[in-house]
Design a protein around this ligand. Sequence first.
Ligand code: SAM
Length: 239
Amino acid sequence: MNAEKLSNRLQVVADLIPDHSRIADIGSDHAYLPCYVVKKGRVPFAIAGEVVEGPFQSALRQVKQEGLTDKIDVRKGDGLEVISPNEVDCITIAGMGGALISNILEAGKEKLLGVKRLILQPNISAISIRQWLIENNWELINEKILEEDGKTYEVLVAERGIPLKPYSTDKNKKLLMGPFLITNKNHVFEKKWLEEKRNWENILAQISTANKTEDILQKINELKEKIKMVEEVLDIENS
Ligand code: SAM
């Protein structure tokens, strides 16, 4: 991967950025994503935010090497602290856990003024993001799922709107598995949830032999509930 040729995962994120947006890519590492969209002429200005010194230096080097220092500002800082309100209209956060992405959004809420679109690519726990979006009046407007190098990635797109609109029925299933992804149910989606179901069944088998404390009983119920939801969505006969 480089600033000419993104990974499939980052390419999906890049394709969802509206043309002519001013963007901030938070947790930018080598700044490949902002370099790519600026070089393509799709974005006039970008901020690459990084909290760790090594990746921050890599981003600085990359932007300099590409001759893009007048169009991409590399800033060191935690989450959204690198941007000011009304400075950008689209934010991308990719390659982290869903809980971390939600924490970054929560901690920097006041910086979201003027931001029209969030493009979020959690490696795990997309549910944390869907929950945060609902609680903060962002409407999920699209989702993608893809597989690369044996790993599954989800990409969530949100804009300000009616947060519960995508969850008008079957809220819990849609929170867990994604309202748009459930509707399309492609091969990657099915594979991901069959694997998750298998993992939960293994955990269930293990903890079912443990002492039935209240915590264990609660965990067993949660796992059974999640397995049931996956079976219903994937149309699997209950075994
Ligand atoms: N976004 C790139 C991608 O998707 O390929 C890089 C992903 S890399 C796995 C995650 C990056 O996020 C790391 O460089 C890490 O230092 C950075 N990061 C983690 N927490 C952060 C935070 N709170 N603020 C800014 N950057 C953060």
